[in-house]
Design a protein around this ligand. Sequence first.
Ligand SMILES: [Fe+2]
Ligand SMILES: [Fe+2]
Length: 154
Amino acid sequence: MSEGTGPPSRALAGDHDELDRWLEEFRAIPPSENDRRCELFDRFATDLRRHIAVEERLLFPRFGEGDVSRRRLVDRMLDEHRRIEEALQRISRRLDEGPASTEDLELELLNVLWPHNVLEEESVYPWFDTHLSREQAREVIQELKTPTPARNEP
Ligand SMILES: [Fe+2]
Ligand SMILES: [Fe+2]
């Protein structure tokens, strides 16, 4: 690939790795430091939602088009995205209530997120390396890199 960006599958998997690092950092902070945990989790959740939005807007519709087995895989991915979103919301709600362990909810999230990422990396992302135009690939990579705007709380 040109422009030094590499194939889309590498950028997408790299985004998974970066999200994993944010989540690991969050999980390493003790519940007593709730403000810091809220801040980090908010950053992680915002970035994960952006990643998911790129997949649902720019990738999955193309992947699922005209092929029943790929369409089935997309349905499964979308269902897992819904479960990921539910887990994110449950963790956010508990963090909003004050200092408390979220370990059980983190495991709930990881039980969906990790296998989801592996499936995408093995069975979905490689397809885009040969089925996206150079411009489409550039758009995907660009959107993944768009910095998350700072959340301005009043
Ligand atoms: Fe996904
Ligand atoms: Fe993904």
